[in-house]
Design a protein around this ligand. Structure first.
Ligand code: NDP
Ligand code: 2IT
Length: 449
């Protein structure tokens, strides 16, 4: 394991997030390797950490003033042992190959846990949709798809949304794919309802996150009723995490974006959440406007000179990081403990640094790692693929019930794997082990390819 890690670091020293994601999985699966000594000769770790294919391309586009810009496009096709590559597209200025590889690597194990047949991939661009007109976003998406369309397909690789890619972008991407290939297929998920999208897909990541947390609470005879919750982010995952917490009787007191966070001690009720959805999804505004509209709330701007994020210092029972990677560091982890938090369920991918995870485990928190807790999004993407293949659409209740069942199954799988490998109650080890074992067995079945 040490050898594999040092080789990865030597080969691509700048890919820090990728190293972090790999290191966590390798640490967890040590007991699996101990039970299967032949894995060393079969170079299982080297194979699972090397993408099957990386596509990197130029994306030229023209802004509304006629100025040409060039961005970089990526698709990392990490592992197809369990099915077609599946995973989102992220449009954010921070996107680089290391971040794409970390997300694609996480996706492989997450998809493995969903019980569905999906390999893992991730893509995106360093394009920043913020402040761009709809026409600029459309031209960018069309240029991006002009290249990506050569590499994807309903049985090859099926992208979806992630940060900066929502219903608007999926529409533009799908339109261009259809024009170039002259076929109407389920090549993307997260489509609008009237042209092939699945009910509950927009809600799925956030709802699934809360279903997973509810399962962790139920293990201890508890429910969401009366629980005070910290949520970060204010995009897709944060909005529907908040919605489901409210529905189950909990109270959400924070939301954030990259500029700052709001604290509303009275709680973000359904009306206030409707305002957030309008603000973020239609007006594409900033979360600071929440505190302008609701005077009882306070707005705290981000301060990069701080070594901690004050959002995590508020008193609460549960925390739901739903913004981005490494948003909770070791110090924030300690703040959570001091504020009374007993449960962390990750809507975002890898939002906790290794130091924060150590704090959770040392303090016996109920900790649902992203690849288990946020797997509901890609799971319903899988259900969208099934519906597209059958050319029919299931009712809302049916998809929601399937999502609930899948989250329950993931929860159980994590617990069983943890117990089986001597780390009872450790969801992060359980998720990594169960995800890993299924992918490795499939890879070995399929030979050296
Ligand atoms: P959105 O683009 O809808 O929202 C992202 C939110 O996070 C925004 O509030 C954004 O603020 C904030 N944010 C993004 N980057 C940063 C940053 N560097 N620092 C601080 N805040 C930031 O994305 P999603 O809600 O879809 O994604 C959120 C997280 O959930 C990501 O980690 C994603 O990978 C993960 N995820 C998403 C799934 C999905 O189905 N969409 C499925 C599983 C996981 P701002 O507007 O200022 O950028
Ligand atoms: O990180 C993720 O799981 C997603 N962004 C969703 C991927 C998908 O294919 O729905």
């Amino acid at each position: 394991m040490d050898q594999v890690m040092s080789q990865l670091k030597e080969k691509d020293p700048e890919q820090r997030e990728f190293h972090q994601a790999v290191e966590e999985v390798l640490e967890s699966v040590k007991p699996v390797l101990d039970r299967n000594m032949e894995y060393r000769q079969l170079a299982v770790l080297q194979r699972i950490t090397e993408p099957e294919r990386v596509i990197l391309f130029r994306v030229p586009w023209m802004d509304d003033q006629g100025q040409v810009h060039v961005n970089r496009g990526f698709r990392v096709e990490m592992n197809s042992a369990l099915g077609p590559y599946k995973g989102g597209l992220r449009f954010h200025p921070s996107v680089n190959l290391g971040i794409m590889k970390f997300l694609a690597f996480e996706q492989v194990f997450k998809n493995s846990l969903t019980t569905l047949s999906m390999g893992g991939g991730k893509g995106g661009s360093d394009f920043d949709p913020k402040g761009k007109s709809d026409n600029e976003v459309m031209r960018f998406c069309q240029s991006f798809m002009a290249e990506l369309s050569r590499h994807i397909g309903p049985n090859t690789d099926v992208p979806a949304g992630d940060i900066g890619v929502g219903a608007r972008e999926i529409g533009f991407l799908f339109g261009m794919y259809k024009k170039l290939r002259n076929e109407f297929t389920g090549v993307l998920t997260g489509k609008s309802l009237s042209w092939g999208g699945s009910l509950i897909r927009p809600e799925a990541t956030g709802y699934g996150n809360v279903y997973f947390a509810a399962e962790m609470l139920a293990e201890h005879g508890e429910t969401f009723y009366g629980k005070v919750c910290l949520v970060s982010g204010s995009g897709n995952v944060a909005q529907f995490t908040t919605e489901k917490i409210l529905e189950l009787g909990g109270k959400v007191v924070t939301l954030s974006d990259s500029s700052g966070y709001i604290y509303d001690e009275a709680g973000i009720d359904a009306d206030k959440l409707a305002f957030v959805k309008l603000l973020k999804n239609v007006r594409r505004g900033r979360i600071s406007e929440y505190a302008e509209k609701y005077q009882e709330a306070v707005y705290v701007p981000s301060d990069s000179s701080l070594d901690h994020n004050p959002l995590w210092r508020h008193k609460a029972d549960c925390a739901f990081p739903c913004a981005t990677e490494n948003e909770i560091n070791g110090k924030d982890g300690l703040s959570l403990i001091e504020g009374g938090v007993r449960l962390v369920s990750e809507g975002a991918n890898m939002p906790s640094t290794p130091e924060a995870v150590d704090v959770y485990l040392d303090n016996k928190l109920l900790y649902g790692p992203g690849k288990a807790a946020n797997a509901g999004g890609v799971a319903v993407s899988g259900l969208e693929m099934s519906q597209n293949s059958m050319r029919l659409s299931w009712p809302r209740e049916e998809v929601d019930n399937r999502l609930k069942d899948i989250m329950k199954a993931i929860h159980k799988t994590c617990l069983h794997a943890a117990e089986d490998y001597g780390v009872k109650g450790n969801y992060v080890a359980g998720a990594n082990i169960a995800g890993f074992v299924k992918v490795v067995n499939a890879m070995l079945d399929q030979g050296l390819v």
